[in-house]
Design a binder for this molecule. Structure first.
Ligand SMILES: Nc1ncnc2c1ncn2[C@@H]1O[C@H](COP(=O)(O)OP(=O)(O)O)[C@@H](O)[C@H]1O
Ligand code: SF4
Ligand SMILES: [Mg+2]
Length: 333
């Protein structure tokens, strides 16, 4: 993805939901995209599948999938990619699964459409996929309707549906947010296991740093429609450089922490995407603008995210390192 922008025309003005997002993802790897609700995670990834209504949306920038540029690809070609080369799983399987068709039929459908499989072959494939995602007695359960499945089983069925055509890219948009923690852990394990088998690249969208730490190789932290920090999962979780990432970490409960330890939420709210401030979008909530030593101003100059490992912040490299070690890390113990 290169400099992706997704702007919505609304009655109140132009909402810049994604405003200059770039990242790379290799086959077999998992990129965790993390950020508060409303930071543009879903909107950016819906653009990969061409899901925005062209009537009121302006999408610019480039999205290359295996050599093919997607933002200029027409609807008919996109149809052939969706559920085939790229698949998506959502937070709520009940809205993604139709209540009127059996689970098996819904898993078989993309296999018939994209692989030209006959009814019987596709049904066999659905049974096989249900088995792979850990549904007991798949040959019998293939004829069940979604309401006959538990929440965790429905999410497994949706994963089966997403993987049935062996996609190159799987986009998982908060896939475990609606599940309780034990089922969440099982589903994440399952995704990682299936990734080994299918070799797909995965984009894991979540607001939960715990999920990111469990599954990701690399992490992109999003804020107000942009990436503010990027690195490997170890770098971002253990040596974070951006004040917003510091805020995410200190607001998260820890199993090993003091029982009485206070969790500090990030004060304030994200900026309006209608009238983005000219400088750093995090400035109104940040405790560090006074420390910036160079000529750049947090209020008027927008910090850029460097290529590769780094954070979009005017603090010096030395400050990013020492402030974390001296002021933030002690609060994480
Ligand atoms: N069709 C739309 N028209 C106008 N604004 C939208 C539309 N879709 C999403 N948005 C706005 O874009 C922003 C990013 O949304 P989203 O990507 O869903 O956030 P999240 O990071 O929680 O997935 C939000 O402020 C949302 O209200
Ligand atoms: S650029 Fe300034 S306001 Fe933005 S995160 Fe860095 S210190 Fe905070
Ligand atoms: Mg979302």
């Amino acid at each position: 993805m290169r400099d992706l922008r997704v702007h919505f025309r609304t009655e109140d003005g132009v909402v810049k939901a994604v405003d200059g997002l770039s990242f790379d993802l290799e086959r077999g790897r998992t990129l965790g995209i993390v950020g508060e609700s409303g930071s543009g995670k879903s909107v950016a990834n819906q653009a990969v599948l061409g899901l925005h209504d062209p009537a009121n949306t302006r999408v610019s920038g480039e999205i290359h999938l295996d050599g093919q540029e997607l933002t200029t690809t027409g609807e008919r070609k996109l149809e052939r990619l969706r559920g085939n080369k790229v698949a998506m799983i959502f937070q709520d399987p009940l809205t993604a699964l139709s209540p009127y068709h059996t689970v098996g039929r819904q898993i078989a459908e993309p296999f018939r459409k994209h692989r030209g499989a006959g009814r019987r072959e596709a049904r066999e494939r659905a049974v096989e996929m249900l088995g792979k995602v850990g549904i007991p007695n798949p040959r019998k359960r293939v004829d069940d309707y979604p309401h006959q499945f538990s929440g965790g089983m429905r999410q497994r069925a949706m994963i089966a549906m997403a993987l049935v055509c062996d996609p190159d890219l799987l986009i998982a948009d908060e896939p475990t947010t609606a599940l309780d923690v034990t089922v969440q852990a099982q589903i994440l394990d399952l995704l990682m296991e299936l990734q080994q088998e299918f070799g797909s690249a995965i984009i894991m969208i979540t607001h939960d740093l715990g999920v990111v730490s469990q599954v990701s190789d690399d992490v992109l932290v999003m804020y107000a429609g942009r990436a503010v920090e990027r690195g490997t999962v170890h770098e971002v979780l253990h040596r974070p450089q951006h004040p917003y990432t510091w805020g995410l970490l200190t607001s998260m409960p820890r199993l090993t922490g003091d029982v009485g330890q206070e969790l500090v939420p990030i004060g304030g709210t994200p900026p309006s995407l209608l009238h983005a401030p000219p400088g750093c979008p995090f400035a109104p909530r940040c405790a560090f603008p006074g420390e910036v030593a160079g000529p750049a101003s947090c209020e008027t100059d927008r910090p850029a995210l460097p290529e590769g490992r780094g954070a979009a912040c005017h603090l010096s490299a030395e400050q990013k390192r020492t402030f974390f070690v001296e002021r933030i890390q002690p609060r994480l113990r």
